[in-house]
Design a protein around this ligand. Structure first.
Ligand SMILES: Nc1ncnc2c1ncn2[C@@H]1O[C@H](COP(=O)(O)OP(=O)(O)OP(=O)(O)O)[C@@H](O)[C@H]1O
Ligand SMILES: [Mg+2]
Length: 295
């Protein structure tokens, strides 16, 4: 009997959070190990469905780097990285679109629907809702400390997000699952970083929360300790010092941009932990790293 009483207590504990977030929008970036491990995938899909059923409007934005690499391998194309950044030539872009907009997106949609959530898959090309401009050359830092300019090919800088299609889907009870592909002025697809896309969508939707799920427990400092709270000045210092590197840079930058643009809370959490998403939302045990604005 006690076991059942305890279970009821868990629901009571969640009530203030359910009330606070009822009818609010959360954007969740889904990626890394949580998107590969079968048990974690099912558990994520369940968590997302649960959020929807307690009245939280969820938008999922997914990554898919490892899945793109696997497909490039299968079709005999070489994944090309410069300073940790993918170079997307035209042939690679076809594969990116096929994998992100196809297999990966449909897999997530299927999993959420199987848990009773009404997921709908789309990319930024639908209704041209994510518009971008081809990114100019980027400054790449070599391990020896030198710098050089690299053209990353079909990679986009987001210029505008029209959230109408997402608002319509959310308003009708659907869970949009977004592949990070944008469209340029001429209708060409551009590859965009999924974290950056999630940040822009969260800002355009006026989201209450942006949650970035990854394969580490949060941002780590030079000594390897978890940083539970980070502001813009500290983050820029850690990037300049090379403590925040690689894929963590767009994650932290988009998180800070989202805060600047009115998203109330931004968290980087560990997607390898089962139910990390629910723990972050329904408890006060701050998991991962929370990002704050300049002020
Ligand atoms: N200071 C730091 N703290 C934590 N992780 C860091 C730091 N600096 C660099 N990283 C790296 O950033 C990685 C997270 O970014 P990454 O782009 O690899 O994953 P992701 O965005 O979750 O997945 P995907 O890009 O496939 O969607 C971590 O696994 C870690 O290796
Ligand atoms: Mg990444």
């Amino acid at each position: 009997m006690q076991e059942f009483v305890d279970k009821a207590a868990v629901l009571h504990e969640a009530l203030p959070y359910i009330r606070r977030f009822h009818k609010r929008t959360f954007v969740v970036k889904y990626g890394g190990h949580a998107m590969v491990d079968e048990a974690l995938k099912r558990s994520f899909a369940r968590d997302v469905s649960l959020l929807r059923y307690v009245g939280i409007q969820v938008v999922v934005v997914h990554g898919g780097g490892p899945q793109i690499n696997q497909m490039l391998d299968k079709v005999g194309l070489r994944a090309h990285f410069e300073g940790g950044l993918r170079v997307t030539d035209d042939a690679t872009m076809d594969v990116v679109e096929m994998v992100l907009g196809g297999t990966v997106n449909l897999d997530i949609v299927g999993l959420i629907c199987a848990q009773g959530g009404r997921a709908v898959g789309l990319s930024g090309k639908d209704d041209h809702f994510i518009q971008a401009r081809r990114q100019g050359p980027v400054d790449v830092r070599e391990p020896d400390g030198s710098h050089r300019d690299v053209d990353l090919g079909r990679v986009g800088d987001i210029q505008h997000v029209d959230a109408t299609i997402l608002q319509n889907l959310i308003g009708s009870g659907f869970i949009p699952v977004v592949a990070p592909i944008a469209v340029d002025d001429e209708g060409y697809s551009l590859n965009i970083n999924a974290d950056t896309a999630a940040g822009h969508l969260a800002a355009a939707l006026g989201a209450a929360k942006l949650v970035l799920m990854t394969d580490v427990d949060g941002v780590r400092d030079a000594a390897g300790g978890l940083v539970s709270s980070l502001d813009a000045a500290e983050a820029e210092r850690m990037i300049a010092e090379g403590v925040i590197r690689g894929g963590m840079i767009p994650k932290v930058r988009c998180a800070l941009d989202a805060v600047e643009h009115g998203v109330e809370k931004v968290h980087i959490i560990d997607g390898r932990t089962r139910h990390a998403l629910l723990l972050e939302i329904f408890t006060d045990h701050g998991v991962g790293t929370e990002l704050h604005g300049a002020g």
